[in-house]
Design a protein around this ligand. Structure first.
Ligand SMILES: [Zn+2]
Length: 133
């Protein structure tokens, strides 16, 4: 597929764009859960949608199904503090992510998990915001 086709497709089909956006979220952390470091299989709303949380990059983090399901509709930072795998560096990373400072968030995650392969170029080229319909 040519680059031009992709752009055209994105304009034509918001769902395609949404999928790309979800992929980019996972790529930020090297497809690992921001809370526990296991493979991320879902996107978690840090501030739950039921509490007015938006589907923006700042409010959406990669999470494994276990964390996402367990957290449910709770505020992520409060929930995270009670977990066995709580790591203050990850908590700081989540906070940085919420503030839109993905570069800092990724550095903190690398600090928490030096073996984690994360993308270095994504946050420079990717869109920082995407609002889901
Ligand atoms: Zn997890």
């Amino acid at each position: 597929m040519h680059i031009n086709d992709a752009v055209f497709l994105e304009d034509l089909c918001p769902k395609f764009r949404f999928r790309q956006w979800r992929k980019s979220i996972h790529r930020f952390t090297g497809k690992s859960c921001i809370y526990c470091g296991k493979p991320s299989e879902s996107i978690d709303h840090v501030l739950p949608r039921s509490q007015g949380g938006l589907s923006t990059t700042e409010n959406c983090v990669p999470a494994c199904l276990s964390c996402n399901g367990d957290k449910s509709d709770e505020n992520a930072l409060y929930w995270y503090r009670r977990q066995k795998f709580y790591d203050p560096r990850r908590a700081m990373a989540i906070r940085a992510w919420l503030e839109g400072d993905l570069r800092l968030a990724i550095r903190l995650l690398q600090w928490a998990n030096p073996n984690c392969e994360v993308s270095h170029k994504n946050y420079e080229t990717g869109e920082s915001k995407y609002e889901a319909a």
